[in-house]
Design a protein around this ligand. Structure first.
Ligand SMILES: N[C@@H](CCC(=O)N[C@@H](CS)C(=O)NCC(=O)O)C(=O)O
Length: 216
């Protein structure tokens, strides 16, 4: 049995969930909130972060590693381009989402506005939020706008690149972020298309019930 461990609201857990769903796999999804990570959870995720993943007697942590494993164990449909350069570009966009967008959208916006106040009893820091929206993100959105040439970011196919970028923008929306379609028209249309894919839309719909409403 395959098991995904990690909580709704995490862009990294969502990334793995949509990979599992796109590949049509059956799995159990156990909600694990890592604040704090228990010693039991650290046995499968030594850094104490979500997601973790269990396949029978095998355990893995980190969304990128789990997705790479799933591609090897369940190659169809492929979610990584086969051309070497496009494959590497897909990994680059995955990195851009995970290490570029996530600390800003996740840390300064989503965590700051939603998780901190709701779960950690930490007050919302408006200055930090505005810094993300006004200073940090616009050049990153400019970069992405310039990278979108067709429907997808890499290899002319829906791939891990699109998943890793689009999942961050789900948190952006949950945190109250709005994208200016007149400034970033290609990015706006691209995200609408990607989020409307049936598996992505279904994953978002579940979380919308938890994070889509009132913001503290
Ligand atoms: N590189 C990791 C990042 C995972 C990550 O940062 N997860 C956050 C939640 S979105 C977490 O578990 N944070 C708990 C902590 O840092 O202690 C991945 O891709 O899985």
């Amino acid at each position: 049995m395959l098991k995904l461990l990690g909580a709704y609201g995490s862009p990294f857990v969502r990334k793995v969930k949509v990979v599992l769903d796109e590949k049509g796999l059956k799995y159990e999804h156990e909600q694990v909130v890592p604040f704090p990570a228990t010693p039991e959870f650290r046995k499968v995720s030594p850094l104490g972060k979500i997601p973790a993943f269990v396949d029978g007697d095998k355990a893995l942590a980190d969304s990128s590693i789990i997705c790479a494993y799933l591609e090897k164990t369940h190659p169809s449909p492929a979610l990584y381009p086969s051309d070497p350069y496009e494959y590497a570009r897909a990994l680059w966009f995955e990195e851009y989402g995970d290490s570029g967008l996530a600390p800003i959208i996740g840390g300064k916006m989503f965590f700051n506005r939603i998780i901190g106040p709701r779960i950690m009893k930490k007050p919302f820091d408006d200055a930090l939020y505005q810094q993300a929206v006004e200073k940090d993100l616009p050049p990153m959105f400019d970069y992405l706008e310039n990278q979108i040439a067709g429907d997808y970011l890499a290899g002319g196919m829906f791939s891990i690149a699109d998943l890793a970028i689009a999942t961050q923008f789900v948190n952006y929306r949950f945190a109250g972020g709005a994208l200016d379609a007149s400034r970033w028209p290609k990015l706006t249309a691209y995200l609408e298309r990607t989020h409307a894919r049936p598996k992505f839309a279904a994953a978002i719909a579940i979380e919308e019930k938890i994070f889509g409403g009132r913001r503290d």
